[in-house]
Write a new protein. Sequence first.
Length: 135
Amino acid sequence: MEIILSQEDIQGIDACLKKMLNKSAALSAYLIDRSGQLITNCGSPSTLDVSAFSALTAANFGATSEIAKLLGEEEFNLLFHKGQNENVYFAVVGENMIIVIVFDDRTTVGLVRLSINMIMDELLKIISPIYEKRE
């Protein structure tokens, strides 16, 4: 599904992501739609291939949705991957988006999760009307 975001929408989303990064001390944040398209990102520049990262994130959520159904769950609304140097936290935003946070040992998964919860309503107020216009 193709969506159209205004400059104001992107600025609002970026403000939410920056607020979350400041509160959590995470490295970077990405907002990705369920088809794997990057909407926007904030944080430390990295050598990450953002296009591949976005596509794999969407595929990851697709696979885990099927696992959830096998277990009798509607969906898993968050995923967490712990690495040796960096960690990745994924959470569903509404029905159509995924927020991805990359962080290291300077913060905790709990603080990242709390920081996402603090901006979720604000993010949904920006994103929900965009999808309502498409219906």
